[in-house]
Design a protein around this ligand. Sequence first.
Ligand SMILES: Nc1nc2c(c(=O)[nH]1)N[C@H]1C(S)=C(S)[C@@H](COP(=O)(O)O)O[C@H]1N2
Ligand SMILES: [Mo]
Length: 336
Amino acid sequence: MIFKFRKKHDLTESDVTDEKVYLQRREILKKLGYIGAGSLLAGNAFNANAGPFDWFSSDDDPVFKTSPLSFKKSGPDSQILTPEERATSYNNFYEFGTGKGDPVKRAQGFKVDPWSLTVDGLVNKPQKLNLEDLYSRFDLEERIYRLRCVEAWSMVIPWVGFSLAELIKQADPLSSAKYVAFQTLYDPKQMPGQRSRFTGGGVDYPYVEGLRIDEAMQQLSLLSVGMYGKTLPAQNGAPIRLVVPWKYGFKSIKSIVKITLTDKEPPTTWNILAPNEYGFYANVNPKVDHPRWSQARERRITGGGLLAQDRIDTLPFNGYDEVAPLYAGMNLRKYY
Ligand SMILES: Nc1nc2c(c(=O)[nH]1)N[C@H]1C(S)=C(S)[C@@H](COP(=O)(O)O)O[C@H]1N2
Ligand SMILES: [Mo]
């Protein structure tokens, strides 16, 4: 698939194609693949002027293209969604810099095609998925989840994806598989944060994460390929990222290229960086403070105006009580 870029300053109001024309093109775009179509909504500052059918090319100012997804919509939800423009412009993705506004600026030229996601390790049927497999092999569904960052802010995001369990089942794990290890793309050419310890927040890349196998098989554990009805923007972890809503956000590893079933607890990036501050489990827990700040409350980034936020109580397991049995008998102060 070829990426078509255009200069941002070339755009005018009339470049935004109306929805009817757009929907007719959707079928064509589907056949072409998934990338190449711009965002329908004009909410994202970086996509605001990008029409769905941009065949201009340019060497500078690339705009990362998202395209609509077909999926089973979630039922009505009482939570106020975080506005799309906030969820796609206030990010942690250290591969593109440590500032919250860095990823949306620096990830626009990120290339996801070709992509290869490998599932290997203690499995009978190793898997290799290309970009199209990510969108077509599983029935996609929308899931509205709360995302609680360890830094004490949170969002409510409508993800689109499939249960991690579905992919693991296809790989047919051996009974010796006790953990699942995840790895982000390593590509310093594309990811400026990976070029030096200084620009990448001291992380030893690639970013790695892990779950116990029963956590990975929990139905809430989601492999997300989209948000707000479209494929993931680069800054949110395109083309595929993990979302584990009862754990702090750093567990939800972005832009995954490898999933390995293993018999040992895998190393995890933030635990390596500061083991006394970030544990392997990282379950949201208002009673266990971060050594440098309280986790009792959070700043919810909400939908009431561009800069709106509410201060609310943080809930155990981020409110996903159904996961509590996974930790029965465990001391969650020790296993933070
Ligand atoms: N590869 C990678 N994955 C990552 C991160 C990162 O820096 N690199 N940051 C994590 C953190 S701290 C959070 S809070 C979430 C943020 O996801 P979002 O930007 O989509 O809201 O991504 C997580 N996944
Ligand atoms: Mo985070």
